[in-house]
Design a protein. Sequence first.
Length: 593
Amino acid sequence: MQSDSSAEVPTHAVSALVAHLRQKPEDALGSPSELAARFGLSTGFVQSVLDGVKLPQRDDPVERRRLTFDAPRKVVSRLLAAFDRVTARPSSFIAVTTVLCIAFLVGLSYIRSGTSIHDRGFTIELNQGWAGAAMVFGVFILHMVTYYRRKMARHALYGGLVVWVCTAPALMTSVWLDTSRKGDTDRFLITLVVAFVMFVASSLYAGFGTLASVLGGWIRLKQEDLAEERMSRQQLLERYFSLQARLEQGIHSPYQPSAWLESQPVEWFQKAPLVTCLLAGLGLEFFQIAILKWTHLDITRPVTSPIGLFVIIVTSLVGLLILLSHVAAGFLSKTPARAVAASIFLSVGTMLPMIFPAMRIAVMNLTAEAFFARMGISAIIYALITLAAAMGANVQRRAARTASLMRNDQATVVAEMLRIQWRLSDHSSLVCVMVVDAVRSSEMKASADPLSVEYSFREYQEWLETISADLGGRVHSTAGDGAVIAFPNCLDAFLAAKRIQTDLGRFNSEINRLKSPFRLRIGLHVGQVVGDLDEVEFTEVIDIAAHVQGVAPIAGIAVSDSVVDQLAQEEFVPLAKEVDGHKVHLALDPTEG
């Protein structure tokens, strides 16, 4: 059965059917004949309408679940939370896992490599080396993750000490017993070497742990900076007045200068960091060369004498001091660039003595190319270490600032208030604000079709935005019946207002779908705005512009005296009434031409 043509169907009945199904789409699932009888239409026509649309689906008692990553994300969050609870005391966690690792390695040493263990018909081939390496690597990764999550370098230093205490005595005892059984007369020196080697290994472990801690703290610092950048002006204002209230209460801790930061070496570094680093490098390297020249020791050959072992230990400690000097330079430098520069001067100080042949030691009897290549690689490594130390110093300073704020340190609270003030007033600009309002918009919407209202007012807002954008305007906020638009100067704002009033007739005749035409009032005011207008919750400029618009006549443009002062070429008529202390003027010709 074919549907009726549009000429055979009453228009008012079709409109009534459409309005009814729009409000009650579930009725489209009912009988077409009932709808046809209700609205005086043929069944065929109603059936054709329903066939041409996608009927609404009935509610399914079983809700369809979309594929999301919420479940895996929750699992990861719970695992991390459980891990943080287990590692709440990092030193204890490090000690327990280290002891378990040692116990595993000791138990593994009693099983010969390649031994088969038969259990219920299965054969497990054990490889001692791979199993031990996997265990050590796994424990190492767990420790590094612990330091990363804790974000405090002191935990890594304590962890290095714990690892040395847990491993060095056991290994020294084992070596002592083994050398005693073999009758080795140098067992004391060998045991001492083992202790020193374990100290170096523990120091490397602490260094990697410190890097993990610094990385975790640095990432958290950047996340905090990003969250702070995203704070709205209202949030910044709330934080500012909260700090002000704490300051006015007078409850704060006294200022306590740091004795370490005010020490003489630190003071020298702050006054002349590059020269201090150069002299420190020279002093340490000359000391090391003097020890080697005095003992005539060739450290490129195996060392067995007690004096040789002593010299090796001393020179290793000097190397450790050089490393710590790079770390200290990075920690005391205020910026990463200064840290790298200090590291370069420290490396130059350690290289200068090697330039002179008389200062060369056996280990440095290299070709010029090999010598400079080795020094260059060392300088790059030290620079990276110094840069990591500078990052750690930034993390430490942020943590110290947070702790000072928590204990209400007066100087820190004042500094934070100033920082917020500077951010709130980071730029101040002269802005001309235009406020547009559609007169009696509620009456326009009252008896109109909702879709026509939605379409017309959406087109109205886009029309205002297009005209304003052509003259450099930017929409700050919109409502259904108006808009607040900012301009960089009064001339462009006034030209945009005139163009809007001029083009309004075309908009009503060609675009507006409502029976009632749009009739507009426009107000302009100019003033200083502190900060970005899009982020300002309230500014007096917008408030005054809205009040000026309120006294404008329909199809007119009202401006404040501040705007008139910048539009000398235009003609205005003053009003007797003032608005917010400003005289209001009306444009004689509110349209173009």
